[in-house]
Design a binder for this molecule. Sequence first.
Ligand SMILES: [Zn+2]
Ligand SMILES: [Zn+2]
Length: 94
Amino acid sequence: MIRPEMAHHYKGKWKQISKWLIARVGHCVNCGKTPGRGVVLTVHHIDFNPTNNDSSNLVVLCARCHLKKHATIQKYGRDTEAQLALFDAVEGGR
Ligand SMILES: [Zn+2]
Ligand SMILES: [Zn+2]
C-alpha cells in the first residue's frame, strides 16, 4: 500500500532526482531497452530503501524489469518502492 505520508515524501526532490537519472542513463540497465512503445523507465533503489537517494543506491530499470526485481521480495511486504516509482513514471513520464 502507498501510505499518504510516503507519497508526499516522494513528491518534489525524488521526482527531480529520478527524472534526471532516467534522462542521463536513458536505458534499462538490465535489458537495455530505451523508453518508447510499452517501455517506461523507472529508478530502482538497490537497497530497497526509498529514502536512500544517494546516486550509488539508484539504478535505472524499465517497469518490467523493476517489477521482476521486486517480485521476489514482495512476500516480505517491501514492494512500496516499486509501486511509487511506477506511479511517478506513469504520472510524470512522457
Ligand atoms: Zn528492462
Ligand atoms: Zn525498486
